[in-house]
Design a protein around this ligand. Structure first.
Ligand code: C2G
Length: 131
């Protein structure tokens, strides 16, 4: 069984995220999503999530491509995760191109093209303009 892992905040969930998850799953048989916790988002990414970790986790678990959701609590957990879950391929959007090449000694690393025209920031500003 070929195991894939990817990491992210996934808030507000949108079709760009789904495009990523669908293509990531297509690379193997089992997709793990390491979902950034509220604390990690706030302390490390300076992102205040609209939905809590538990709410974002339940949304991801409802997606047919996702087999397991685990917490992402720090930047440094990736090598441990890859070893613990015997991951074959690490996947993430190409906005991170090159940033995770150090993982190549542990597994395949794939950067997938982002879906260009959608982002949470875009959604929020569009909603603001509609008021
Ligand atoms: N993504 C995408 N297209 C978009 C928006 C996002 O393909 N229009 C991808 C990102 O490249 C990422 C995933 O969807 O692979 C989740 O996006 P975010 O929630 O923004 O994740 P990020 O904050 O980049 O967290 O340790 C790694 C980090 O946790 C990644």
């Amino acid at each position: 069984m070929k195991k894939i892992i990817t990491y992210g905040t996934y808030d507000l969930l949108h079709y760009g995220h789904i495009n990523l998850l669908r293509r990531a799953k297509a690379l193997g048989d089992y997709l793990i999503v390491a979902l950034s916790t509220d604390e990690f988002n706030w302390n490390e990414k300076h992102k205040k999530c609209y939905f809590s970790y538990e709410e974002r986790k339940s949304l991801l678990e409802a997606i047919r491509y996702v087999d397991l959701v685990i917490p992402e609590t720090c930047w440094e957990q990736k090598v441990t995760d890859i070893k613990e879950f015997r991951v074959d391929t690490f996947v993430i959007g190409d906005d991170w191109e090159g940033k995770f090449d150090f993982l190549k000694e542990h597994c395949e690393v794939v950067y997938l093209p982002r879906t260009p025209e959608i982002s949470t920031t875009q959604i929020k500003s569009d909603l603001k303009d509609r008021k």
